[in-house]
Design a protein around this ligand. Sequence first.
Ligand SMILES: Cc1cc2nc3c(=O)[nH]c(=O)nc-3n(C[C@H](O)[C@H](O)[C@H](O)COP(=O)(O)O)c2cc1C
Length: 425
Amino acid sequence: MLDQPLTLPCGAELPNRIAKGAMTEGMATPDGRPTEELERLYGIWSDGGAGMLLTGNIIIDKDHLERPGNVVIEREPDADMAARLARWAKAGTRGGNHLWAQLSHGGRQTPKVVNPNPKSSSDVALALPGGQFGRPTPLTKDEIADLVQRWGIAAKACKEAGFTGVQVHAAHGYLISQFLSPRVNLRTDEYGGSLQNRARILLEAVGAVRSAVGPDFPISVKLNSADFQKGGFAFEDSINVVQWLEAASVDLIEISGGTYEQPKLMGVAGMEDEEAQNVAPSTAAREAYFVDFAKAMQDEVNVPLMVTGGFRTRAAMQQALDMGAADVIGLGRPMCLVTDAPRQLIEGREALPRYEDNLDLIPNWLGFLKRFQMMKAINGFAGIYWFYQQLWLLGHEGRVDEAYSVFKAFRTIEARNKAIMEARG
Ligand SMILES: Cc1cc2nc3c(=O)[nH]c(=O)nc-3n(C[C@H](O)[C@H](O)[C@H](O)COP(=O)(O)O)c2cc1C
């Protein structure tokens, strides 16, 4: 049942099975500090009945934002930062739910406007048209050691501020996911080569976080079921990594998939053909595209799993719980407009809107343009920008605007990104 509590291995209890997935907010100050707008947004969500809210990307290195306007924790917070984090945590837990901080590093997916010379596992550039991302430089071993420590420092800062858990972001093609991918990680040292080596940075980050927060505090990892790319991180790899994470005392694995090159996380086709994975398809929960992976994963591990991506009907959510595929259901896009979707679902609402079906920047009569890679990429980003704009409105004005145009959202967010980067200097 969706309203059933879940006890995690560390002993903490989630009050129900619905969580809001991480969604980047872009509402920090130009130097990465939480704001009143973030407090408003998370207060609204906390009133919405979710058992757990995940923050959007909180970045552990100001030069590797996922997006202008990310919150940044790269060292022990000063008094102002600590107070801002505490106010954010207080607002985001006022409904009695959990609030977990997602700790991330953009790696080569850091946009050029933030940093034209990002660091990654190796020097493999993103294969995307448009020149939005710079060619990366490989991290040195000292730099890796420094980043690992920062995951711990940021986790401790969040715990002290009143967040009730943390999540290490190892999915979606960001830095740790770059290390996991044999396509992006060409290193020949102990951080590259075998899966064990490619997973080393992740396990070290989790170890640093566990030492920083102690045994009773929830730690989650968001992991790809697969990258869905030829020669990429495959489902068999993912199962192995989850087994290691379980042994490393992780409390909840969130299963997602894909990268910027292959945005399977949104259920969207990428630039290249999708690489099929070795998992038995079931007839279950079709709308939620990682459920079969989670089900196959559950047969191999005991750690609780959260599954995010595509859930829109209560029946599919219930089925994923009943068939033992998921312990927690993650909701993303619907929560940008229906902020109390968890309460409504628990009270019996059958289905949430599929806003994503009507968010083309390119009108139908120009559909042929989508054959061109550049247009496909812009169209994909614009749909996401529309959700960014809804979050912005919630944080600033406490309202959403379903009629907001996709085109306007695209222009508004691009202009806002530029303004944030100019203010940062
Ligand atoms: C506006 C927006 C921002 C997102 N930001 C993040 C993020 O910061 N971290 C993350 O792990 N996933 C992020 N995602 C992915 C979601 O957590 C989720 O995996 C995805 O939206 C699929 O779930 P859904 O079908 O319920 O939307 C974002 C998605 C959207 C729509």
